[in-house]
Design a protein around this ligand. Sequence first.
Ligand code: HMG
Ligand code: MG
Length: 284
Amino acid sequence: MGDWVEIFEMGPRDGLQNEKREIPVAEKVALVDCLSRAGFRRIEVASFVSPKWVPQMAGSAEVLAGITRAEGVRYAALTPNMRGYEDALAARADEIAVFASASEGFSKANINATIEESIARFEPILEAARHIDLPVRGYVSCVTDCPYDGAVAPEKVAEVADRLFSLGCYEISLGDTIGQATPDKIARMLLAVRERVPVSRLAGHYHDTAGRALANIDASLALGVRVFDAAVGGLGGCPYAPGAAGNVATEAVAAHLERLGYQTGLDMDVIAEAAEMARAMRTG
Ligand code: HMG
Ligand code: MG
């Protein structure tokens, strides 16, 4: 039996947040309900951000209210501030995520805050979540390249990852937000981050803009990473990262991992069904 690798499904959140068409809540619920049969343990389904900034995520509370929750699956939501935290709690998200950047340019463009200000916003969220045992994940965006500032130093990524981990995030997801990383850059970044955060608490979140996400996953596997974020149908992109393509496709990552001998616990037929559904949602 091969090693276990977990895929954290991002489709309903990172996948859909950038779609131009206003996708009805019922379609999102149907996608999540399909994904709930695939064997994921975690699915990101919602984002409690300003609807002025990301209109596509405005129905997040309705999505969480409408889905049929499967046993053993945690349904996650993004929360940029205390307002988002309260809304995520009211909507019964099973876990939440705060999101920071390793580059100032993207931090400002994405959440209108410096890195330092964003961490100050996350502190009360982590404090409140700790009191009720709510798991909080932490994202670090632009782990190798920023669409505004260019190349990002591995030490900066390590510093931000360490801050989030020290505040209580149970896992740090490292985002190649614009999909410009190479296996070498990913390896240099991970070697620096691993010095500060145990590798068992790291995840790779790679967008596939340049078609290198699978190679970047291979580089990460070699350094001990065993959790990867992906979106069915390869949907997605960030509205504040010009040129960012979708997350690497779940079906491609799952097939790749199986070829390498890893176990994912996923049902490939259900994944294919969800990927088809996701692609249809894009065109409406
Ligand atoms: P701001 O404009 O600086 O904040 O935005 P504000 O406090 O002045 O609020 C502006 C308005 O938003 C106000 O409404 C607030 O009430 C409202 P108004 O008075 O104008 O009517 N507001 C909210 N509404 C709903 N929920 C909230 C909330 N907070 C304020 N939680 C803010 C700051 C952080 C809110 C904004 O910049 C924002 O929402 N940004 C989110 C951007 C985003 O979602 N980006 C995509 C997700 S990150 C990503 O995709 C990367 C990732 O995948 C990893 C990777 O790939 O690297 C995770
Ligand atoms: Mg992303």
